[in-house]
Design a protein around this ligand. Structure first.
Ligand SMILES: [Mg+2]
Length: 196
């Protein structure tokens, strides 16, 4: 499965969810599929998807749709502490999707450690419920399965090397991204409070 194919599935499945997305090619490709107000692109903030998503999950009402993080292997390996942190704090409403292509895809495709370090096992050892997929059908099914999990969930997706061609740079000001995401969160909360 290509990253863009995985992101097409995830964009559809996460329409009602807060989504924290890693920087560079992953953010650009997701925005090219769908640029939603529920997307929090962490531009230039490599390694922080797990941190931000865990913090959001802990701070949000867990009756709301789960917080979804979309992370890459190079970025996760920059800050692997997010796995024991999420496993220890164990929010019920956290789903971290790792799209592992085995390389630093946005910076020349040098290999990451993921060929010899099993990132799914690392997450499982830290207390996350995990599933592993390498097809879009598998991704769709495992995502739905993990939505029902109590505690932190980790969806390992094996993707092909390479970035989608012809994708525009994501030039939205990070302040604007934060503002629209915050407004979206407040609106969702308000609707939830009215209907609870
Ligand atoms: Mg990668």
């Amino acid at each position: 499965m290509k990253r863009l194919e995985a992101l097409e599935v995830l964009a559809r499945l996460t329409e009602q969810h807060p989504v924290v997305v890693t920087c560079a090619a992953t953010s650009r490709e997701l925005a090219s599929v769908k640029d939603g107000d529920n997307h929090f692109y962490l531009l230039d903030s490599m390694g922080l998807v797990g941190s931000v998503a865990t913090g959001l999950a802990l701070s949000l009402d867990d009756r709301l749709p789960k917080v979804v993080g979309i992370e890459g292997d190079g970025s996760l390996l920059m800050n692997p502490n997010v796995l024991p942190t999420g496993g220890f704090l164990a929010p019920d409403n956290l789903l971290l999707v790792l799209l592992d292509n085995g390389v630093y895809g946005s910076t020349g495709a040098l290999p990451t450690y993921s060929s010899r370090v099993d990132l799914e096992r690392l997450a499982a050892a830290a207390g996350w419920t995990t599933r592993s997929v390498d097809t879009v059908e598998g991704l769709d099914a495992a995502y739905r399965e993990l939505l029902d999990v109590k505690g932190p969930a980790f969806l390992y997706g094996r993707i092909e090397e390479g970035n989608a061609q012809g994708i525009a740079k994501l030039l939205i000001d990070p302040v604007s991204i934060t503002g629209r995401f915050s407004r979206w969160l407040r609106d969702v909360h308000a609707v939830n409070e009215v209907t609870a």
